[in-house]
Write a protein that binds this ligand. Structure first.
Ligand SMILES: [Zn+2]
Ligand SMILES: [Zn+2]
Length: 151
């Protein structure tokens, strides 16, 4: 298991997404759920991804689809752009970066809903990729500028 959490929080995995992945803690916000789902993608935690998907949205072949995505995608980093909550509904806009030439972006505005005290991912709208400023700090959490970071 990694020392630093893959969700780019800068915190140790043990003090970040691991307790959620293990079911010891529940995500306290849609944003935290989204980050923990991202790190579950990085670490291949398929059952967590299914557990945090809204029960109405689960499909018989989820496990297969998820394991294919996990196998084929090398995730590089996560950037949360906006989190909005009103009552039991929330949206989180984020970009998940993945290895591709040029860098791949999953830019999505996801919908979340809270039921019986638990947040669930419902679905999301895909948004266009953004232009990356090469002199900004890299999305991977390396602390280097994008142009100096090798991906
Ligand atoms: Zn984390
Ligand atoms: Zn980087």
């Amino acid at each position: 298991m990694p020392d630093i959490c893959p969700c780019i929080s800068g915190k140790p995995y043990k003090a970040c997404c691991e307790p959620l992945h293990l079911g010891i803690l529940r995500a306290s916000s849609a944003e935290q759920l989204m980050s923990s789902r991202y790190s579950a993608f990085v670490l291949g935690k398929i059952s967590y991804l299914i557990d945090t998907l809204h029960p109405d949205k689960r499909q018989a072949d989820d496990e297969q689809t998820l394991s294919q995505t996990i196998e084929q995608t090398q995730w590089l980093g996560l950037k949360v752009i906006k989190h909005q909550q009103s009552g039991e509904k929330a949206t989180v806009e984020f970009i998940a970066f993945y290895h591709q030439q040029p860098i791949g972006q999953l830019h999505e505005c996801s919908n979340f809903t809270k039921q019986e005290g638990r947040w669930y991912y419902v679905d999301g709208d895909i948004l266009p990729a953004i232009k990356l400023a090469r002199n900004k700090l890299c999305f991977c959490g390396s602390g280097k500028k994008i142009k100096r970071c090798q991906h």
